[in-house]
Design a protein around this ligand. Structure first.
Ligand code: AMP
Length: 471
């Protein structure tokens, strides 16, 4: 009997697989047809809505952000973790929670060809908790401190500073419930912007544990229900679905209602209140500019106790992204348990890289700060076929010398090559013509004074290192 059942199941699975692969084939064919139509109509391809290419001129901003994060991670001893871009959809549904915007509206969920429901990660904390449990990291010395950098995906309405693919850098500390963990995380987040030269401040709150929050939610909903006719349509909806989100509303008409709303701190038990106070004492000691914001609740279900967000603290920023946080985080003491692991008190935060870059650009523009140009130390100009070949060899030989070398082998005239050197404010040019190739010499031209000297090709590395001041 059992055998027959197993066989039957196998058959069902095989036929389901066949159906899925047929439907995938169909989908692929449809896409191919659409591509063909697009191609025939002479249309080019565009980047998807809410996604973007990051081109070389932008790269310097990305690099400084990455280095700022990497340096902090080294100093505060967070180990780098990479998790896959694709995860089981349920991982996020279970952790972030139904009723949140991310899960209800924004996840890129699809079935793969095995019929598994997977999604592009909308955030990384749940993945990290999964990794912590999966790799049995409770056996490591606690707390386990991890950091990450990578793309996240949310199918939201794109606007300035809001993309469907965006990068987050995040730090997570798992395995300890002490308020010093929360404070250290806030310190790292604050230092990230400080090191980038950005003035920011921190908003802090506690949303307690679920029982405390549930009591507060009831009181909040009662309060808002009595004022229902003064609320915007979104808030009417929130009132029924997720009352905490009422506090997120930015609509003018809801502000006066919000001002007198009950505050969560009055619903917290002594222990949660003390935890928040201890975090705040650290912030005072560290002179981190913060405000206690009773309306700060964060959008995801897994947070417990401390929550915080970071905002720009400079005037003149006008686009809508300025009203949204640069980053945020908090404690999530129950997440590992919710995901089937043992209890692991933990906390973390994620910062939006695009928003940090936008803030750097806005701050620089307001303060007339120019990003340092990264021009080469010297420009290599060549004249004639033989010189071009030799130039490529010398440049390659100088590759590990520490010298940054500019060149353009598609330009043949000396004038146009020196113009490039001039336009990039490169202090020295090396000039190699047919004659120099023959007698193994090379000309060094000081681009500012126009003075030239002829030197032995063998000595060029030592001479240039000295001139540029590289030891
Ligand atoms: P969250 O955990 O959703 O608050 O996200 C943390 C940070 O990631 C935000 O404060 C933003 O800086 C950034 N972020 C979130 N969603 C987006 C998005 N759609 N586009 C760009 N950045 C985002």
């Amino acid at each position: 009997m059992k055998k027959i059942k197993t066989q039957k199941n196998k058959n069902i699975r095989a036929s389901a697989k066949k159906q899925i692969s047929k439907s995938v084939e169909k989908k692929v064919k449809k896409i191919e047809e659409q591509v063909e139509v697009k191609h025939k109509s002479g249309k080019t391809f565009n980047v998807l809505r809410g996604m973007k290419d990051i081109l070389p001129p932008e790269e310097k901003y990305w690099r400084i952000c990455y280095h700022a994060a990497e340096n902090l991670a080294k100093f505060f001893q967070f180990g780098r973790i990479e998790t896959p871009l694709l995860e089981e959809a349920n991982l996020f549904i279970r952790s972030i929670g139904k009723g949140t915007d991310v899960v209800d509206k924004e996840m890129y969920v699809f079935e793969d060809s095995d019929g598994e429901k997977i999604c592009l990660r909308p955030e990384a904390t749940a993945s990290i908790a999964r990794a912590y449990i999966g790799h049995g990291m409770w056996n490591n010395s606690q707390p386990v401190k991890l950091w990450y950098w990578g793309p996240m995906f949310r199918h939201d309405r794109p606007q300035a500073g809001r993309y469907r693919e965006f990068f987050q850098v995040g730090f997570e500390t798992l395995g300890n419930a002490d308020p010093s963990v929360d404070a250290e995380l806030i310190l790292v987040a604050y230092n990230f912007y400080k090191d980038l030269g950005l003035p920011v401040n921190v908003r802090v709150n506690s949303i307690g544990f679920p029982e405390e929050r549930q009591r507060y939610k009831t009181a909040l909903a009662d309060y808002y229900r009595a004022k229902r006719n003064r609320l915007c349509d979104d808030c009417k909806h929130r009132l029924a679905k997720n009352p905490l989100r009422l506090l997120d509303c930015k609509q003018e008409q809801c502000q006066s209602v919000k001002e007198d709303a009950p505050q969560i701190v009055d619903w917290l038990e002594e222990e949660s209140k003390n935890h928040l106070m201890k975090v705040v004492e650290y912030l005072d000691e560290l002179s981190i500019p913060y405000v206690l914001d009773p309306t700060l609740v964060r959008g995801l279900d897994y947070y417990t106790r401390t929550v915080f967000e970071i905002y720009t603290a400079f005037e003149g920023v006008e686009n809508t992204s300025a009203q949204s946080a640069l980053g945020g985080g908090g404690r999530y003491d129950l997440l590992a348990e919710q995901m089937g692991g043992r209890p692991v008190p933990a906390g973390g935060f994620a910062l939006g890289v695009e928003r940090a870059i936008l803030a750097i650009k806005q701050f620089n523009e307001l303060n007339k700060i120019e990003m340092p140009q990264e021009s080469p130390d010297l420009f290599f100009a060549q004249l004639g076929d033989k010189a071009k070949k030799r130039a490529m060899k010398i440049i390659n030989d100088l590759r590990n010398s520490g010298l940054k070398i500019g060149y353009n082998f598609t330009k043949d005239s000396l004038k146009s090559q020196l113009e490039i050197a001039n336009s990039q404010k490169i202090p020295y040019a090396l000039i190699l013509g047919q004659k120099e190739v023959q007698d193994n010499s090379i000309i060094i031209r000081d681009m500012e004074s126009g003075n030239q000297e002829i030197v032995d090709q063998q000595k060029i590395k030592a001479i240039m290192l000295k001139k540029i001041g590289i030891k």
